[in-house]
Design a protein around this ligand. Structure first.
Ligand code: FE2
Ligand code: FE2
Length: 243
């Protein structure tokens, strides 16, 4: 089965639509989202509603989602991030609020594991080093484990000789699952690896490989919306640079 794997949409509905269109063009009908649906961007409700409407979606809760629903204190966020969470909170009621509130911090199926940050600290750990990958080994079993949170397309694997390996994931390079593998598909709505395009992946659970894609969307359209809403300038400016 082919899964569209994506993360960190962060209220960027223009980018999310481009990614969902990309999946549609490629016949992908099953989806895995690694959390942070809201925060930073101008259309958090539209993103949540679009994901709530997807038939075959598996998604976990991210730290920004947790803050919106009151499961995490805003003191853990910088002032700009906190501003965007409070802005988003004002838009969520009823079914959209229920959807976000009920997201689990971790999902494990027979084919994969999904968390936002890391298996041991799903809401808070930025998994960026081989050492952290090794330290998390006892906290998950089903490989691959899809993660988000750092907004960097990265993989971590056991490597040969038991020495863990990590590298950035380049577009269109197949990453095969051999042993324990963690994959971060990067961010749809706020990439931080210097590429302004939305990042997303496709995982083939039969052939057991993951491929990353970058999808163009109109950054200026999003920035204009953010300007009208008087969102903190840095949140808009960083989309022009992908950082
Ligand atoms: Fe995020
Ligand atoms: Fe996060």
């Amino acid at each position: 089965m082919k899964y569209g794997v994506f993360s960190d949409v962060h209220g960027n509905y223009v980018a999310l639509k481009a990614v969902l269109d990309f999946y549609k063009r490629n016949g992908v009908e099953n989806f895995i989202c690694c959390g942070d649906i809201v925060g930073y961007g101008p259309q958090p409700l539209e993103c949540a509603e679009a994901l709530r409407g997807l038939k075959n979606l598996i998604t976990v809760m991210g730290n920004h989602d947790a803050a919106l629903v009151g499961k995490m204190d805003l003191k853990w966020f910088n002032p700009n991030a906190a501003w965007a969470i409070e802005f988003a909170r004002g838009k969520f009621t009823g079914q959209a609020m229920d959807f976000l509130s009920r997201l689990p911090e971790r999902i494990e199926t027979k084919d994969f594991t999904v968390v936002h940050g890391s298996p041991r600290k799903p809401l808070t750990e930025y998994l960026l080093s081989e050492g952290q990958f090794t330290d998390n080994a006892g906290n998950w079993t089903v490989s691959p484990c899809f993660i988000g949170h750092s907004h960097m397309p990265l993989y971590f694997s056991e490597g040969e000789n038991g020495i863990p390996e990590t590298d950035f994931i380049k577009p269109l390079v197949k990453i095969f699952v051999k042993g324990k593998l963690m994959l971060n598909p990067g961010s749809v709505g706020q990439p931080r690896d210097g590429d302004t395009r939305a990042a997303c992946g496709i995982y083939d659970s039969d052939k057991k490989y993951f491929e990353l894609y970058r999808v163009f969307y109109n950054v200026e359209t999003v920035q204009k919306m953010m300007e009208v809403l008087k969102m903190p300038g840095i949140l808009s400016e960083r989309l022009s640079f992908g950082f």
